[in-house]
Design a protein around this ligand. Structure first.
Ligand code: FAD
Length: 754
C-alpha cells in the first residue's frame, strides 16, 4: 500500500527495531506525498537516473505531470534558497520522466501483488479518472483488488487532460503515465458518467467499496446584474480548455477575433486567458479583485501570460455586465482596495466608492470558482454535501456519510492541486484497504521527532535554467513552453542540493554511495550519522543481526596525518571544530563546494576528526578504516588501544597479543567499533587514557562520547551492551593488569553466551 514514506516502514526494517524516523528534510516535509526528494536528487547527481525515477514512483505515479505543473512546495522549503536560489526539484523530476521516454522506455509501476489474501477478489469502483481517482486505483490494483474507474469524459486524466493546456502539459506525457496505471490491471470505462448514467446506488450494491473522485467542475456564476441577459459572449472556461485539449468543439472558434475579459486570479483564469489568446482572441484582459500577490495562480504562469500579451487589471471587480440585445458589449467594474483578511486568510477586496468604469469587451469568461457537479449523486440522498457544495468526507478516513463510499480530491477540497489530489488518492486507497480488511482506521499522524537542521556551508552556484520558447512563438502555439534539462544540466542542478536534514533510514544511500553508508542514531539531541557497511545494511534489511562476513581491503597508508576525500566531504566543519591543533580548516575547494583540508605540519595524527566525520570523508595514514577492520579476528575480543597509553608499556603482559593500536582512543568511531562486531568480534574493549595522561588533551572525552553512541546503536541493533567495555588506564598500569584480564575474560564469556 502506497503511503506517505514516513509511515512506509524503512527498508532497514527500522520500525521493527525501534528506529524512529526523524522529520525528513524540509523539501520532503512540504511535499504532500512525502517524496524522498534528497534521495532522488542525490541519485540524479550520481547519474543514476533510472533508480531516481523508481524512487519518485514509490510515491508518485505521475512524475512527468508533476515535474511540469506541480506548485512544488518542496522548492519553497529548499534551504538552498538561503544561499541563492532553491534547487529546481520539479525540473529534475520532469527530466527523469522525459529521459526515460526519450530512450523509448515504457514507464512501469509496481504490478498487482498476487497472493495477497486480504484483497481476495474484492471489487472497488472509482468515480472519476483524474489524478485522485487514478492514484487510488493504482494503489488498490497493486494490492490485488479488482478496480474499475468510471469516467464521464471520453478521455482519462481529469483536469490534466481537459483543463491544463498542452503548452504546460503535453497530452502524450499524461497518456503514457495513465497507460502505466492501466498496465497494473486498472480498468477505465470512458464516457460512462455516474449519476446521470449508472446510479451511485448501483455501484454501492455491486462493488465492495466506492471512491468518489469526480473533481469540482461545476462553474460558479459571477452573480452580478446583467449576467442573465447575456445570450452571446458568455464563454465557459471548461468548454474552452476541454475543446482545445481534445481538438474539437466550437468554443475556440467562438473566441477568435474577440476582445475578451477573463474574471478570476487562479490558474484556471490564467490558462483560459492564455488558451484564448492562442485560439485567436484579439485582446485578452484578466480582471482580478485583489492584488498580484494574492493571485492563487502560479506567479511564473502569470508572468508568462503577461509576456505573451495578456493584460492584467488588478484591484478591479466586475459589478455589472453591459449588453445590447443580448450581446455583451462591456463589463462595468469597481476599483478595489485591500481590507482586513477574510476567511481565506487573504486581504478582503473592498470596493472604492464612485470608482466604477467600463471595460469594453465582446466576450467574457468567468473563472471565479468551481464546485462539485451534483449530478454524480443523482438518485442518492445519503451522501452529505458541505455548505460550499462539496462532498463531506472525514479528513482522516475519507469516508462519506454513506458506509462504503469514500471521497477525495477536488470533489472534497474544492479546486486544489495535482499533488494534493494524488495524496488524497493514496489516503483513500489506504482507508478503503483498511475498511475492506477490517483493520483499524489510520492514526492521526505518526509521531516524529523534531530536529534542527544545520545548513552546510556552500558557495553560491546559480540555478540551472532550461530554455523556454520565446513569447512571440508561444502566442500562437500550444507547443510546450519550457524545455527539459539535458542530462549534464540535470546532474549540475542536482549537485546544488545541500542534502540537508537527517536521513530517515530509507537506505537509498546504500545505492547512491559507492563506499560508505550512513545510519542514524535516533533519540539523541543532535542526531549523528555513522558509517556502516553495505553488509550491515543488508543484514538489517533482512532482519538479521550484524553479519559475520566482512571483506575489507587494506589500503596503503603513507602517514599519520589525515587525508580528506573531497568527493565525500560536505564541508560541515565538525572536524575543524574538534581539532585542538587547528590543523583542519574548511576551505573553498571547487565550484560550489567547501571541503576540509588538513595542514600536515600541524596535524598530530590523533585522528579524532576521522571519528566525527559524518560522511566518512576523512581517513588517517597508517590507521585507515580498512586497516583497522582488517585487524579484527572473528571469535575473539577486539582490544583497541591508544598508541600512547602508558599501560601498554607497564601492563603489556596482561594484554592480548593482537591489540588494535590507534593514535588515540577518541579516534575510534562508533561506526568502526560496529565494524568489529560485523567481523565477528566477541566483544570490544577500548583502552583509553585518563584525562591527565591523554596525549592530546581531549581524546578521552571523544572516546567516551563515541562509546555512548555505540551503546545506543547496539541496543537498536539488538547487540548486548555487555559486549562493550572501556577502561581508562593511567601510568599506574601495573596495578590495573588484573582489571584488564578480568574485563577481557568477561567479554569473552559474554560473547560466548550469545
Ligand atoms: P479532476 O482532475 O477534476 O478529475 C475528476 C474526473 O471526474 C474528471 O475526469 C471528470 O470528468 C470525472 N467526473 C466528473 N463527474 C463524473 C461523473 N458523474 N461520472 C464519472 N466521472 C465524472 N494543479 C496543479 O497542481 N498545477 C497546475 O498547474 C494546475 N493548473 C490547473 C489549470 C486548470 C485550468 C485547472 C482547471 C486546474 C488546474 N490545476 C492545477 C488543478 C488540478 O488540475 C486539480 O486540482 C486536479 O486535477 C484535481 O484532481 P481530481 O482527481 O480531484 O479531479
Amino acid at each position: 500500500m502506497q503511503q506517505k514514506p514516513e509511515a512506509q516502514g524503512s527498508l532497514l526494517a527500522g520500525e521493527a527495531r525501534g528506529l524512529r524516523p526523524l522529520y525528513p528534510s524540509p523539501c520532503s516535509r512540504e511535499c504532500p506525498l512525502g517524496t524522498n526528494v534528497k534521495a532522488y536528487v542525490s541519485l540524479i547527481a550520481a547519474g543514476r537516473f533510472a533508480e531516481a525515477l523508481a524512487l519518485v514512483r514509490l510515491t508518485n505515479p505521475f512524475p512527468g505531470v508533476c515535474g511540469r505543473v506541480c506548485p512544488h512546495p518542496c522548492e519553497a522549503a529548499c534551504l538552498r534558497s538561503e544561499v541563492e536560489e532553491p534547487v529546481s526539484i520539479a525540473g529534475l523530476k520532469r527530466f527523469l520522466a522525459d529521459y526515460e521516454l526519450r530512450r523509448g522506455i515504457i514507464p512501469r509501476l509496481a504490478g498487482a501483488s498476487p497472493g495477497r489474501p486480504e484483497s481476495g477478489g474484492r471489487r472497488v469502483a472509482i468515480v472519476g479518472a483524474g489524478p485522485a481517482g487514478l492514484t487510488c486505483a493504482s494503489d488498490l490494483a497493486r494490492e490485488g483488488y479488482a478496480v474499475r474507474v468510471f469516467e464521464a469524459l471520453p478521455v482519462a486524466g481529469g483536469m490534466l487532460a481537459v483543463g491544463i493546456p498542452a503548452y504546460r502539459l503535453p497530452k502524450d506525457i499524461l497518456s503514457i503515465e495513465i497507460e502505466a496505471i492501466k498496465a497494473q490491471g486498472v480498468e477505465i470505462a470512458l464516457s460512462t458518467p455516474v449519476g446521470r448514467g449508472t446510479a451511485l446506488s448501483t455501484l454501492v450494491a455491486e462493488y465492495d467499496a466506492v471512491f468518489l473522485a469526480s473533481g469540482a467542475q461545476a462553474l460558479r456564476k459571477l452573480g452580478i446584474p446583467g449576467e442573465r441577459q447575456i445570450r452571446q459572449g458568455m464563454i465557459s472556461w471548461a468548454d474552452l480548455l476541454r475543446e482545445v485539449s481534445l481538438g474539437r468543439g466550437e468554443t475556440p472558434g467562438a473566441v477568435a477575433g474577440r476582445s475578451l475579459a477573463v474574471v478570476g486570479g487562479g490558474n484556471t483564469a490564467v490558462d483560459a486567458a492564455r488558451a484564448a489568446l492562442r485560439a485567436g482572441a484579439r485582446k485578452v484582459t484578466i480582471l482580478y479583485r485583489r492584488g498580484r500577490g494574492e493571485m492563487t495562480a502560479f506567479p511564473q504562469e502569470v508572468a508568462s501570460a503577461e509576456e505573451e500579451g495578456v493584460e492584467l487589471v488588478l484591484l478591479c471587480s466586475p459589478v455589472r455586465l453591459v449588453s445590447d440585445r443580448g450581446r455583451l458589449t462591456g463589463v462595468e467594474c469597481a476599483r478595489m482596495k485591500l481590507g482586513e483578511p477574510d476567511a481565506s486568510g487573504r486581504p478582503s477586496p473592498v470596493a472604492l466608492a464612485d470608482s466604477e468604469f467600463i471595460i469594453p469587451c465582446d466576450a467574457i469568461i468567468p473563472a471565479v470558482g468551481q464546485e462539485l457537479d451534483p449530478s454524480v449523486l443523482e438518485g442518492t440522498s445519503d451522501v452529505r454535501l458541505t455548505e460550499g457544495n462539496l462532498i463531506q468526507a472525514d479528513p482522516l478516513t475519507m469516508a462519506t456519510s454513506r458506509a462504503g463510499v469514500f471521497a477525495g480530491g477536488d470533489a472534497v477540497t474544492g479546486p486544489a492541486s495535482v499533488v494534493e489530489a494524488i495524496a488524497a488518492g493514496h489516503r483513500a486507497a489506504g482507508s478503503i484497504h483498511r475498511f475492506l480488511t477490517g483493520a483499524s482506521p489510520a492514526g492521526a499522524s505518526s509521531s516524529l521527532e523534531e530536529t534542527t537542521i544545520e545548513l552546510p556551508i556552500a558557495a553560491k552556484r546559480a540555478r540551472v535554467r532550461p530554455a523556454k520558447l520565446p513569447a512571440s512563438v508561444r502566442r500562437t502555439s500550444f507547443e510546450e513552453i519550457e524545455q527539459v534539462f539535458t542530462p549534464a544540466q540535470a546532474v549540475a542542478e542536482a549537485e546544488r542540493c545541500l542534502r540537508c536534514g537527517p536521513c530517515w533510514e530509507c537506505a537509498t544511500c546504500v545505492g547512491v554511495c559507492d563506499k560508505k553508508q550512513v545510519m542514524l542514531i535516533p533519540g539523541s539531541a543532535t542526531p549523528r550519522l555513522l558509517r556502516v557497511t553495505p553488509e550491515l545494511h543488508r543484514a538489517l534489511a533482512a532482519g538479521g543481526g550484524a553479519p559475520a562476513s566482512w571483506k575489507g581491503e587494506a589500503s596503503e597508508g603513507t602517514a599519520f596525518t589525515v587525508s580528506v576525500d573531497e568527493r565525500l566531504c560536505r564541508g560541515c566543519g565538525l572536524c575543524e571544530e574538534l581539532c585542538a591543533y587547528h590543523a583542519v580548516r574548511v576551505t573553498y575547494r571547487r565550484e560550489g563546494f567547501f571541503s576540509a583540508a588538513v595542514d600536515a605540519d600541524a596535524c598530530r595524527g590523533c585522528g579524532c576528526c576521522v571519528s566525527v566525520c559524518p560522511t566518512g570523508a576523512m581517513d588517517q595514514g597508517y590507521f585507515t578504516d580498512h586497516r583497522l577492520a582488517g585487524q579484527i579476528r572473528s571469535g575473539e575480543v577486539a582490544v583497541f588501544s591508544c598508541y600512547w597509553n602508558p599501560a601498554l608499556r607497564s601492563a603489556s603482559e596482561s594484554l592480548p597479543d593482537e591489540l588494535v593500536r590507534v593514535m588515540c582512543a577518541g579516534r575510534i568511531s562508533a561506526g568502526q567499533l560496529l565494524k568489529a562486531f560485523e567481523r565477528g568480534a566477541k566483544g570490544i574493549l577500548v583502552l583509553g587514557c585518563s584525562e591527565q595522561d591523554c596525549h592530546y588533551g581531549f581524546g578521552h572525552r571523544q572516546a567516551e562520547a563515541n562509546l555512548r553512541k555505540l551503546g545506543q546503536l547496539m541496543e537498536l541493533l539488538g547487540l548486548e551492551r555487555e559486549r562493550l567495555a572501556m577502561i581508562r588506564a593511567g601510568a599506574q598500569g601495573q596495578a590495573q593488569a588484573g582489571e584488564f584480564r578480568r574485563r577481557v575474560e568477561m567479554l569473552e564469556s559474554e560473547g560466548g553466551n550469545r
